[in-house]
Write a new protein. Structure first.
Length: 124
């Protein structure tokens, strides 16, 4: 039982640290210009629906400012977690990462970043 427990945790730890490392690769960071264009394009296609274009662009601007301040010193998932609500029909919809099927992937990535950061920052 101990061996199985250690092997299982070892695999999970490797997955977390591996994801943590991948999220520092420049190609994994948001391209804010592309995201802004996408928000504007979405507005054109969904003009009759709930229009939150200004709010969506404001969110992109805020996260872009965070990037200007923090840059590549934090993993890409940090920024993607804040940008994730852009994928929702209603930007202001409140739902838990843990209980929403749509949000489980970003929740898992965010957990990997938290655990990877803990593993890489701790002295022992």
């Amino acid at each position: 039982m101990k061996k199985a427990y250690c092997e299982g945790n070892g695999k999970l730890a490797w997955e977390a640290v591996s994801h943590f490392g991948e999220m520092f690769l420049p190609e994994n960071y948001p391209d804010f210009e592309v995201i802004r264009d996408s928000v504007s394009e979405r507005h054109d296609r969904h003009a009759q629906q709930l229009d939150q274009t200004d709010d969506r662009l404001a969110l992109v601007a805020i996260v872009s400012e965070l990037f200007d301040q923090l840059g590549y010193d934090v993993p890409a998932t940090f920024y993607w977690t804040f940008l994730h609500p852009l994928e929702r029909a209603n930007l202001f919809e409140v739902r838990s990462f843990r209980f929403s099927e749509q949000d489980l992937a970003i929740a898992r990535q965010f957990d990997a970043i938290l655990h990877g950061g803990y593993v890489s920052c701790c002295d022992g």
